[in-house]
Each structure stands twice: as C-alpha cells, then as structure tokens.
Design a binder for this molecule. Structure first.
Ligand SMILES: Nc1nc2c(ncn2[C@@H]2O[C@H](COP(=O)(O)OP(=O)(O)OP(=O)(O)O)[C@@H](O)[C@H]2O)c(=O)[nH]1
Length: 316
C-alpha cells in the first residue's frame, strides 16, 4: 500500500475512534429533598456517572464552575426559587447556555410544565423517579452534548482542537498552575515550505499532509497533552508535566518521523519537514499564557531563520 494511503487511513480511523469520549458523564443534582437526591445519585453512580449534589441553589454558579457538569437534574420547586428560574439564569450565560437541564417534578399541570420548559430546561422526569428512564435520559442528553462539543471544538481535517479551543486550553492550563504549581510547555509547530507543496501537488494533497501531522501528533503525545491546529499549517501543543528540554526531545522525535514519511502524488514521492519553537513556564515565571505562546512563536521564527527542519527553545 502507498505510504500516503496509510496516512490517510490512519487519520480517518483516529478521527472516527476519537469520537468516543469514555470519561464518566458528569451530572449535578439540585434538590432540597436529601433522600431523593441521594437516591438519584446512587442510581447514576451505579451506572458509572460522576455526580455532585447541591441543596442550596444560591451557590449554583460557584458549584457548576467547580464541577463542570454535562447535565443538571433539578427539582422544579426549590426553596426561594423555582427550577425554571434557575434554568432561565443558565440559558442567559454564555458558558452554560447549552447545558441540558432535566426537571424532577411531581407537577401534573401541563400548563405549568410548558411554562417551565419555555423558560429553560429540556425534559421532565416524574417523581417517583423511574431508575432506567433517569439513566437513559441522562446518557442520551450527554451523548448529544458531547457530539455537539466535538464538532464545535475540533478541526475536521486533523481532529485536533480548533484555534479558539487550543488558546482556551492554554489559558486554563496557565490558570491551573497559578493555583497549583506545575510545569508545562507550549509548542508552536509549522510545516516548512508548505506553499510549495500546494503549488506543486495541489491543495488536496496539501490537506493530506496537514492531516498527517495531526495523526502523528496524536501518536506521539500523551492523552493529557492538548493538541490544536492554530491555523493553516501551524499547530500548538500544551504539554503538562513537561519541561522545555523534554518537550524539545518529544518534538524532535515527531520531526524525525514526519520527515521520514514518503508522500506520493502524481506518481512522484516527496517528503516534508517541520520546524518548531518551545517554551516552558518555569523559565518565564511572570509570563501570561499569551506571552508564553509568543515566546514559542518567536522560537519557531528562529527555527525557520536557522534553516528550518529543527526545534528551537525560547531564550531567556
Ligand atoms: N492545503 C492547504 N493549504 C493551506 C491550508 N491553510 C493554509 N494553507 C496554505 O499554507 C501556505 C502557507 O504558506 P507560507 O505561510 O508562505 O509558509 P510556507 O510556505 O510553509 O513557508 P515557511 O513557513 O516559511 O517554511 C499557504 O500557501 C496557504 O494557502 C489548508 O487548510 N490546506
């Protein structure tokens, strides 16, 4: 089989397999009836989900920011507030507007139910709660949310994060290390003389070369690393627990493996190289996330100036 076909196949396979998010579903229960909350929690945890409960709705925003739920299960009647009012609040915030909400209710009036659904929320679950229905409703809604997130955040050609999402991931990593010190590296990576690939073999072949970088990146880095397509033929990596020399080593391995690929187009074989710039947060303790990214980008320019097909670390 031609090397180009192998790359194409591997890229497609990883994209398809990458669809499956095997993390436990995260459900937040907002319910003042502690016995009912505990019952739902047990049912959902037995089905493999992660559950947090909240009995004081006034702490809603604090708690959801911390737990980051994928679904909220809440009583329609809570102390001092209705579930529908809380759902309406969630829909007004950018971060939580898409969060699925299921009401727990003994309410039989269809007018009240309709009103609640119009203000926010997706479905009703009658009390006493049917265990199987509870589990399947949560699983189905969360699967849909994950699919939406995937298409919204992932670049379709490489299966890596899109520009906005990789920048957000870097920001989150940076914020995390402000609270709990942890070393991490940022990498900017770019395919060398890529314009010539497009000009010589056409855009479709150029796309396959970009997709091959995505596939190789996923093969070379850990699942805890965050990999993104910054734009065009440029990539950004955020590597936790990895200092600049370890990052340099990893990226050099990737660079060598990428350079060894023989692409084929119009019965001709060709290969490509990549250049990269690396910076870590230990060297630049006072840098913001954006400043670190700029350091890695500047080091990438140095790699290009130095002759390309190389990895350069940011200098102090
Ligand atoms: N096939 C393809 N080409 C793209 C895509 N996005 C950007 N490009 C092309 O990538 C090329 C980038 O070219 P340049 O910025 O000049 O860089 P380069 O030729 O790689 O040169 P150096 O980076 O200096 O080594 C341009 O020709 C863009 O049209 C894409 O999604 N698919």
């Amino acid at each position: 089989m031609k090397p180009l076909d192998m790359i194409k196949l591997a890229s497609k396979t990883t994209l398809i397999l990458g669809c499956e998010n095997t993390q436990p579903e995260r459900v937040m229960i907002i319910e003042d009836d502690k016995a009912l909350a505990a019952h739902c929690q047990t049912v959902l945890e037995t089905a493999g989900m992660k559950v947090a409960t909240l009995d004081k709705p006034e702490h809603l925003f604090e708690s959801i920011s911390e737990f980051n739920p994928e679904l909220v299960l809440m009583d329609l009647c809570l102390p001092n507030v209705t579930g529908a009012e809380l759902a309406a609040l969630l829909t007004q915030t950018e971060r939580w507007a898409q969060l699925p909400v299921i009401y727990l209710s003994g309410e039989s009036s269809s007018a009240l139910r309709n009103q609640a659904l119009l203000r926010g929320g997706d479905a009703f679950l009658e009390k006493p709660v049917d265990k199987k229905l509870l589990v399947s409703l949560c699983q189905a809604r969360i699967r849909r949310l994950r699919e939406l997130d995937r298409t919204r955040n992932l670049d379709s050609l490489t299966g890596l994060l899109k520009h906005g999402s990789i920048k957000e991931a870097l920001q989150m990593q940076w914020q995390l290390t402000q609270r709990r010190p942890q070393i991490f590296s940022v990498v900017m990576l770019d395919i060398d003389h890529f314009k010539a690939v497009n000009d010589t073999y056409g855009h479709a072949v150029g796309d396959l070369v970009i997709a091959a970088v995505g596939t190789l990146l996923r093969q070379h880095f850990r699942t805890t690393d965050t990999l993104g397509r910054y734009g065009g033929e440029e990539f950004t990596l955020v590597l936790p627990d990895c200092d600049v020399s370890q990052a340099e080593q990893q990226v050099n391995r990737l660079r060598e493996d990428f350079g060894a690929i023989k692409f084929r187009a119009d019965s001709k074989a060709f290969s490509c190289t990549i250049s990269a710039g690396v910076a870590d947060n230990k060297q630049f303790l006072t840098d913001s996330a954006d400043e670190l990214l700029n350091r890695a980008d500047k080091a990438l320019y140095d790699a290009k100036d130095g002759g390309r097909n190389r990895v350069v670390s940011a200098k102090l």
